[in-house]
Design a protein around this ligand. Structure first.
Ligand code: SF4
Length: 135
């Protein structure tokens, strides 16, 4: 058996707690808090303690889904991005940029959320941007 702890950052909110993923024979089997981490100092909330739970879950989405004839079917990332870009362009052309709103996620990093709001303001041209942490 081969066991190792891999230091990483919790992906579930912007707090950025640190923990070790416990890896046994190449498979992630658990989480241990990092006592030396400057933010979390050995503490984790329930989401952090269970951060590995989704990795091998059978319901995990591993590719984008596009609704076709009323059913969600797997698609490539290129197809999904093309569809979203096309539809956003159509909505903006028909109803104006303020007909589009963006809701950012606490599961994304600060840097990703910064880019998200920049995309909304500079590319789409709307200030209709909010974040789930404010709700
Ligand atoms: S452990 Fe909890 S508080 Fe810390 S980053 Fe993860 S979700 Fe946020």
């Amino acid at each position: 058996m081969e066991y190792k702890n891999v230091l990483t950052t919790c992906p579930f909110c912007g707090t950025g707690c640190g923990f070790f993923l416990q890896v046994l024979d190449g498979k992630i089997v658990g989480v241990l808090p990092d006592k030396k981490h400057p933010v979390s100092q050995g503490s984790l909330c329930v989401k952090g303690w269970n951060a590995h739970g989704f990795i091998y879950h059978e319901d995990r989405l591993k590719s984008p889904l596009i609704r076709r004839n009323g059913k969600l079917v797997e698609a490539s990332w290129d197809e999904a991005i093309e569809l979203v870009a096309t539809r956003l362009g159509e909505i903006k052309a028909k109803h104006g940029p303020d007909s589009i709103a963006l809701l950012a996620s606490a599961k994304a990093t600060n840097e990703e959320n910064y880019l998200f709001q920049k995309f909304g303001r500079a590319v789409i041209g709307t200030n209709n941007i909010d974040h789930c942490a404010r709700l």
